[in-house]
Design a protein around this ligand. Structure first.
Ligand SMILES: NC(=O)c1ccc[n+]([C@@H]2O[C@H](COP(=O)([O-])OP(=O)(O)OC[C@H]3O[C@@H](n4cnc5c(N)ncnc54)[C@H](OP(=O)(O)O)[C@@H]3O)[C@@H](O)[C@H]2O)c1
Length: 314
């Protein structure tokens, strides 16, 4: 376990990162993403807010910029429940930057609505579209805040669970987490310099989690949002979760963490790797990863058609 003290000591070294770090946050208007954004030292931070929360996020970024005057904050307005909005985000960054060092996706739909778009199709599209910028960074990293290590059996015949007979909240959550891991592994395989972390942050006292109160489903022993943010920065910067070493060395006393068989870090609330090969190896052997990827490209193409754009241009 990475004790909080160890994490804080590591984070104290993030000033060693090369100057001019560029980071993109999606889902940082609230919760774990917001707290991670607060602790990250990036000079160029892009943060996405949907129209309803733009004003509040603008105020928040303005106050961060007072305490972090060397940083620049750029707010992008987009609703990431629409896959077609991703290319807008990509275009906004590509126009100004030649590289992207850190991408943190920490997004969820309200309450019990398990949107496959915000949890899966949009983040994967963002990673895929941002690969040229990520590969141009010296030590690029992607952090997906969802449910790494909690992959389980999925219905290969009906990945979208569009048939209400197959749908349940649990099935939808499992499908999103499993498809996310399999597709992130595919992208990591094709981009060997990219470090990819799929994080399950455990129970964290966020506004998102508080929405579960009305269903009496809030778990005990919740971590504070601030601690989750500090741990998010550790995941985004420490060599512990890197495929190539950088300046923020693994803290003394910590053992290394293992990658999944597909080459990404599946990490639990304490920063330890989760071994879910019992499930994932079988998926890879049976080619489920390829089925998931083909399905994903088909859904993206449908989104493009709905938006009236060519297949590769959403
Ligand atoms: N908290 C936990 O205990 C816990 C446990 C396990 C996994 N997770 C995972 O951790 C991630 C973050 O959770 P959290 O608890 O920090 O959630 P949260 O407090 O609800 O924050 C979610 C963020 O997503 C943004 N968002 C939602 N829909 C959006 C849209 N259509 N377009 C743009 N932004 C949108 C929200 O923006 P607005 O503020 O504008 O709505 C907010 O910034 C999620 O993937 C969740 O599944 C959390």
């Amino acid at each position: 376990m990475a004790a909080l003290q160890t994490v804080l000591q590591s984070n104290a070294n993030i000033a060693r990162l090369p100057s001019g770090i560029v980071a993109l946050f999606v889902g940082a208007t609230s919760g774990i993403g917001q707290s991670t954004l607060q602790h990250v030292p990036a000079p160029h931070i892009y943060s996405v807010a949907h129209p309803q929360t733009v004003a509040a996020h603008e105020t928040h970024l303005a106050s961060l910029s007072k305490s972090n005057p060397t940083a620049t904050f750029t707010l992008i307005t987009a609703d990431v429940s629409l896959v077609s909005e991703i290319d807008k985000i990509v275009a906004a960054i590509t126009q100004k930057e030649t590289k992207l060092d850190i991408l943190v996706w920490s997004d969820t739909r309200e309450g019990l609505e398990p949107s496959m778009s915000t949890r899966y199709y949009s983040p994967l599209r963002a990673v895929q579209q941002l690969l040229p910028l990520l590969n141009a960074a010296p030590i690029p990293r992607v952090i997906s805040v969802l449910a790494g290590g909690h992959e389980a059996q999925i219905s290969k015949a009906e990945l979208d669970l569009r048939d209400s007979a197959n749908w349940s909240y649990w099935n939808a959550a499992v499908h999103a987490a499993t498809m996310c891991t399999l597709s992130l592994e595919r992208l990591a395989h094709g981009n060997p310099g990219l470090s990819v972390v799929h994080w399950h942050p455990g129970a964290v006292a966020t506004p998102g989690l508080a929405k579960w109160d009305k269903y009496s489903l809030t778990p005990p022993n919740q971590r504070s949002q601030d601690e989750a943010g500090v741990r998010g920065v550790f995941l985004a910067t420490s060599d512990q979760y890197a495929v190539q070493s950088g300046p923020v060395l693994v803290p003394g006393g910590l053992g290394g963490v293992n990658k999944s068989g597909g080459g990404i870090f599946l990490v639990d609330a304490d920063g330890e790797s989760i071994d879910n090969e019992g499930v994932l190896a079988g998926f890879r052997e049976r080619g489920v990863d390829e089925v998931v990827w083909s399905h994903t490209e088909k859904v993206w193409a449908e989104c493009a058609a709905r938006a009236g754009r060519p297949k590769d241009e959403l």
